[in-house]
Structures are given as C-alpha cells and as structure tokens.
Design a protein around this ligand. Sequence first.
Ligand code: C5P
Length: 300
Amino acid sequence: MSVTVRVPAKVNVQLAVGAARPDGFHDLANVFLAVGLHDEVTVTPADELRVTCAGPDAGQVPLDRTNLAARAALALAGRRGIEPAVHLHIAKDIPVAGGMAGGSADGAGALLACDTLWGTNASREELLEICAELGSDVPFSLVGGAALGTGRGEKLRVLDVGGTFHWVFAMAGRGLSTPAVFREFDRLTEGLDVPEPVASQELIDALAKGDADALAAAVSNDLQPAALSLFPELADTLAAGRTAGALAALVSGSGPTTAFLTRDPQAAAKVAAALTASGTCRTVRTASGPAAGATVVAGS
Ligand code: C5P
C-alpha cells in the first residue's frame, strides 16, 4: 500500500519585504504563482521513518529529520499519537535551494500523503496549520494556483488567474540559503526606512485578466538586490533572458533560480534556447502557471 502526491514549484511574481521583526522573520506581501515543475512524494508503510530521494539534485537533499517531508510526517503523527513508521520517497524535479519552494513542496506533499495513507482525515484548516508550522511557504505548496501571502507569507488569500502564463526558469550552478539572503537584505537596508510591504493592485489585476504584458510591468522582488549581492553572476543570466525577448526577468524568491515571463510557448522556447546558449546557467526549463496545489495522484 502506498500513496503518491504531486506538488508544484512556485515563482513569486511580487515579493515585498518589510523590516525584520523581533522574531527575526520579515512581514511580506508575497504573491505566489504555482508553476508546472513538480516533485512527487510517495509514502509507504515501513518499520521506521526513512527518507529517500531521486533526481538530478538528489545528492543535495538532506535525508534526516531536518527534511521537511520527514518533519511533516512527524508533525501529523505527533498530533494523532501514532508512530510515523513510513518510507517517504521524493522524486525531485524542483531545483534544490533554488527559490522555487522545492523543500516546502515536499513538506506539503508528505503531509497530504501521510494523511491519506493513515486515514487521519485532517481538515483543510488543520493541514494548513501544520504547513504553517513547517515553514512560511509550505501552506502555498498545498493550495497552489495563485495566492497573496501576508504575515511571514503563511496567511493566504487565494487570487483569481484569468489565463496561462508562460515562463522560463534558469537554474544556477549553486544554491542560495534563504536565511542568508534575508540577512543580506537586512544588511543592505540597515539604517534605511523600510516601508510596510503592500501587494500591488496592478499585479493582482494583471493575474485576474491573464494579461502577460501587464503582469510583466508589475512584477517585483525586494530580495533581488540581496540575491544579486551574494551571487553577482545572476545579473548576466537576467540580461541574457531580457536580450532574448523575455517580457520580464527576475530572481525567483530568494534565488538563485531566475524567472523569465514570456508571451506564449514559442517565445518561451526562444528565450530558453538563448539562455542555454548563453552559458550563464546550469539548466533551463520551461513551465506554465497556474498549476494545481498538492494532489493525490496514486494510491494502492
Ligand atoms: O519559514 P521558513 O523556515 O521557510 O524560513 C526560512 C528562513 O527565511 C527563516 O529562518 C528566516 O531567516 C527567513 N524568512 C524571513 N522572513 C520570512 C520568511 C522567511 O526572514 N517571512
């Protein structure tokens, strides 16, 4: 008996970051869009909790109890007083430490998979509460589509999306640590008056209309200067995508994956080919959004 859950990656079309809070987190206005790059988490009964991972970046994934998939199984089992005796296998296609919520996807996927396998029947509300305990981006991985995240990003308001957006993603040769990027944001904004993060109405309207040009004009990422400061070569990747005709080029979340919005699949293929030829990144992928949130795809 096993259950498999498919979970999407995300790109942040807006990431407005406020000043550091007393707890070290930052208040955000974080507009997430789920895109069609996926991890799959399969849970099978086992003697004890075990995590395995397959995929091109599998070697970089921790297999101990720091893995968000393991932490999700432990959290649900702890709440129900049951043994988390499962094998969690992650088929990983989302870049690791890339700013596309790959770890968060595995947490949300493992939670839904364990709830289904164990028949624990957690309500949507309880699943979202556990996700928020696991990490700021984990609730969105469960929900998918598009949403505005406030607080530290975990309080979600679902957003309408009136069309399909075509993206190209350039994966970098190394990862960036999210806490390190936020620390660099703090360093770069030290002594400055950091405004309260506010969601852009133009951006929300562009999503609702499915208007790629309007979305391109409205995208923004306050973590981009910090990511570029720690990883200056990303500027070359952004420039290569812009030159190839991308409507918008930005760092995805805390990076270092860079995201390029294009008008249609043909333009995406052209930008992808130019980025590959540029030699400024490790791998290039195309994907469209919105994509569905965590979904049970197989159970036996
Ligand atoms: O919530 P999560 O565990 O994904 O956050 C990882 C790290 O990113 C935090 O420890 C913190 O350094 C930073 N972070 C932040 N403000 C947020 C979300 C994350 O400073 N809103």
